[in-house]
Design a protein around this ligand. Structure first.
Ligand SMILES: Nc1ncnc2c1ncn2[C@@H]1O[C@H](COP(=O)(O)OP(=O)(O)O)[C@@H](O)[C@H]1O
Length: 308
């Protein structure tokens, strides 16, 4: 199956609803808990967090089987979860090259929309620069346009980074397509803020670098962690920019928003047996090879060409 159009697939879930209706204000307002009015006026999607799952004696589902080969005539459909600064973009980009599937980052889609100075730009800039989440409606609209464009080019499969970020987004995605695997990247909390503050992007090629040198001493049974800076090549060095939302205040807010809105998404996939937890052991060389092992990709033919 070709890469799925989110609009069309959403309509498949709600069989009697056409995609035009789905993207009409009436449809969105009819979804329980979703208010188009509040999401468009304030631009901030902030429904109350879902109640904690009931206590159960049922054992947790087994670790997911990693399907790294194309199936049903399509490529993999994977999702990356993880706090701001954990490295979702870095590892998703590497895996997308390795598996020849598009890396679709909703954060990049938002930043692209911002830089286009279109009608949504000023509203989005305000939300992003406060560290809040864009409304589900806007983010799904951006994502479905990206998937449609990809489908037109013959893309099959994807690695999603930054979506879903709320239970509602996860429910919609789950209802419209079968996600094979969700990789939950985890990093010690002390490192996350430093990694966001050290992040630099080449304004010309878009390359991601990091000037932070993270060296956390091992204590209380936790091992030492060393992550050297990821410095740019000489031709990018003079073109580095910092994301406007990578300030200390905004990163702290984003971490809080993650805990409130996105942490429940981990549980959503854990319960479905799709969540692969991966604790990053250190910098890219060490982490990349361990991640490939966890994904059963350590024998992949192209692995060597991506050696860190
Ligand atoms: N799925 C989403 N839902 C709502 N807002 C999103 C989503 N993806 C990205 N955004 C917006 O774009 C910003 C940047 O996203 P991203 O680059 O993924 O950041 P992070 O480094 O915090 O993971 C977010 O803080 C949020 O405002």
């Amino acid at each position: 199956m070709a890469v799925l159009k989110l609009k069309r697939l959403i309509s498949r879930r709600f069989t009697r609803t056409s995609s035009d209706i789905i993207f009409s204000p009436y449809y969105w307002n009819s979804i329980k808990g979703f208010s188009l009015k509040s999401s468009c006026e304030g631009g901030i999607h902030s429904p109350p967090p879902p109640p904690p799952p009931p206590l159960s004696t049922t054992p947790p589902p087994p670790a997911p089987t990693v399907i790294s080969n194309p199936r049903e005539g399509r490529n993999v459909q994977w999702v990356f979860l993880g706090c701001p600064g954990v490295g979702k973009g870095t590892y998703a980009a590497r895996l997308s090259t390795l598996l020849a599937v598009p890396h679709i980052s909703t954060g990049d889609l938002v930043r692209h929309e911002l830089s286009s100075h279109g009608p949504l730009s000023s509203q989005l800039a305000e939300i992003v620069n406060q560290g809040k989440l864009i409304s589900d409606e806007i983010i799904i609209d951006l994502l479905s346009k990206r998937l449609e464009a990809g489908e037109a080019k013959g893309e099959t499969g994807f690695i999603l980074d930054g979506f879903p970020r709320t239970i509602r987004q996860a429910e919609i995605l789950e209802g419209v397509t079968d996600i094979d695997l969700v990789i939950n990247l985890k990093l010690r909390e002390e490192a996350l803020l430093a990694k966001c503050l050290g992040r630099r992007i080449c304004s010309e090629c878009g390359g991601n670098y990091n000037v932070a040198c993270i060296d956390i001493k091992g204590e209380d049974g936790s091992p030492q962690m060393y992550m050297p800076p990821l410095l740019p090549p000489p031709n990018c060095a003079s073109k580095l920019i910092t994301r406007s939302d990578d300030t200390e205040e905004v990163v702290k807010e984003r971490l809080q928003v993650y805990n409130e809105m996105s942490r429940p998404v981990e549980e959503f996939y854990r319960r479905r047996g799709k969540l692969l937890e991966f604790d990053l052991p250190g910098g890219i060389p060490e982490s990349w090879s361990k991640l490939l092992q966890a994904l059963n990709l350590d024998d992949h033919d192209d692995k060597k060409s991506l050696a860190a």
